[in-house]
Design a protein around this ligand. Sequence first.
Ligand code: PLP
Ligand code: SF4
Length: 356
Amino acid sequence: MENSKNKVIRTPNQLVDAGLVSRENLEQLNRVAKEFSIAITPTMHSLIDKSDLDSDPVAAQFVPTAAELQWFDEERDDPIGDNVFSPTLGIVHRYPDRVLLKALHACPVYCRFCFRREMVGPGGEMLSDEDLQRALDYIERTEQIWEVVLTGGDPLIMSPRRISAIMSRLRTIKHVGVVRFHTRVPVVKPDAIDDELIEALRTDKAVYIVLHTNHANELSTDAKAACKRLIDAGYPMLSQTVLLEGVNADPQALTDLFRRLAEIRVKPYYLHHGDLAKGTQHFRTSISRGQEIMRSLRGDVSGICQPLYVLDIPGGKGKVPIGPNYVENFDSGAYVIEDYQGNKHEYRDSVNNKSI
Ligand SMILES: *Cc1c(COP(=O)(O)O)cnc(C)c1O
Ligand code: SF4
């Protein structure tokens, strides 16, 4: 049994052996496993409180359940429309000044709510060398690209050699000013953030690391140390969080998470409304509930702990802030502004530069 603690859990049988699900659920979970990949790293496994599996926020994110077999009409294979804006394999170019570079499709863990769950998994691992070169060629010849966002899959599980090769090529492209990595590795596999990886990221461009994390329990001592190594090496860190029923959809859980992040110099960047990915309805909250939670953070919690609450509009229409809204706008040029306690105030200024 000692052994199973050091291995990545990848099958329903291993989940049973690890005591994370009961044997009666095996048959259903085998059906889930046919649809969606499973992986729980030893670090994440060790953070799960087995005496309270039903309400453990880490278990809820990684341990599969039969609820994933319930699919709803509004759910999609490609909820954020990546495929609509892909000029060449591995690139998503939706906004003028930045592209996603998806160099691999594997992750160290598989989140049960993943918005790319139809695309990620241990099957379609790596972009071939030729496809990667074609993707980098596209970035080179498209001068409006100012930022390259490496995502996936999780780009920080690529070998330092491969990361370093990508960084060397990006370094030669003048119009690229920023390289950004979206990753879960510092939290789910903190030991992987070693000197070799940190050196592989080095370039003369600004490199930002955006950590995907959803609950304060994920921020183990090792995870904090991994973030410290990255930040001390000169890579600023931001975070993105998905609003998840059963994990963090309440003001206290999010306050804890955002404060713990700010304390380790990771700036909360986005709170994502849950995407319409297949079999994830049990994780979604309504937008109005999300707005209510954000409203309760404003004022009570430091501004540096406040992320922007965003929705990726289905079909590839892009991310937009979805509130809450504090401003009512009248034709007369007057405004009514609501403060963080819900009181309304008139705001008037005789300046009259209508924007349209
Ligand atoms: C989320 C996303 C980005 C990055 O958007 P930011 O708002 O700059 O964080 C870029 N391209 C695509 C296709 C995206 O989905
Ligand atoms: S790490 Fe990201 S891409 Fe991978 S399974 Fe989780 S949400 Fe999906």
